[in-house]
Write a protein that binds this ligand. Sequence first.
Ligand SMILES: [Zn+2]
Ligand SMILES: [Zn+2]
Ligand SMILES: [Zn+2]
Ligand SMILES: [Zn+2]
Length: 388
Amino acid sequence: MAFGKDRDALKKVTSLREAGNASRGRPRGGGGAGGWKRFQDQFKPNTVEPDTVRFLPGEYPYTQIHRDGSTEVLLLPYFVYTEHFDGRTNGSSICSGGAFADYKDKAEPCIGCDLFWENGGKKGGRMSRREMKAFTILNLSTFHEVDQLDYKTGQVKMNDRTNKPYKEWVKCTGRRCDACASGKPTKKGHIQHYSVGFGHFGQIKDYAKMIGKCCKSCGTRNSIDELAYICGNCKDAVIDMSTTHLSNEDIAKMVDGDVVCPHCRTEGLLEEIIQCSSCDNPERAGIFDVDISIKKVAGPEGTNQSTLMFTEFGPVCPVDPAFDVKPMDFEGMFAPTTLEQQAQKFKVPVPAQTPRQPVPASQVARDWNQGGTPPQGPQGGGGGMFNR
Ligand SMILES: [Zn+2]
Ligand SMILES: [Zn+2]
Ligand SMILES: [Zn+2]
Ligand SMILES: [Zn+2]
């Protein structure tokens, strides 16, 4: 898409620690009509049996807004988008507010955001606004090819051109599986997409830390230790693990976000110096380097606050080459919903389009300095609104 040409020049982020810190802000905008495809091939963790899956890293452009108002486009392994849900009409949309959606006067037009702000921008109002991160996963379970059903009517969906039903792959339910009984085509492993909100993303990030005790170079488990965390600018140690008096909790908090360096006053994510007890080329394994068994534990009755549970992870290895896998096209699948479609879903008129001036970074910086930015900005509010 827009960044295609210069993509090679963009900084590629693969660690969830780095990526999670960068995407605390707001997602970028896009164009075009969004995808019904997102209702297909969706991974939903099971509450009984864990699925064994492999997360596949993609390279999705993400516009990070720095504190000084400047922007930087990074390539993240997952796709960031914002979802609106209207409690009155039950309509949902993909936010069209763009990278500056949090800045009321700089955002691209979005009816979802307008309705969200109209109700005070609080949760519990008519319109919700939830930041999501979409991963591509290879689900290593058994799948069957079956006729596709219309998710609204429950009827078989027919292709008018071929007069044959559309097909889709669904997971084998094991015991008493209808598709097994009727001898439907079967395969092992299927590509799915998996969108998580703030809470579940945090749990995945936490688990990635456990996997990160494992060395990617030599494959040894629990062999990685941190020696120090240094400033990315002056390279001086900010936390020396052999002498620090900080608690493990404080260290974990510091290394997950931006820190002001006590030596040179530069603010940024600290770089880590690690060692491996079994080899000379220490490298942390990550969420994309192992197969993971994952299930979901339902929250208290009447709530939808579930918790992810990771039951085990396999040895460090590349994806089985028998699978021809590539990350999904999320830029198409989660493209912003058009204003016309939003108006239809939320049963409101299409707002009169006021032409907007492109906002130069210098302008944003000026607003920051004058304190003109609302506290719900990505840096100011600490992303608190996503703490559902
Ligand atoms: Zn919006
Ligand atoms: Zn089956
Ligand atoms: Zn420094
Ligand atoms: Zn090693």
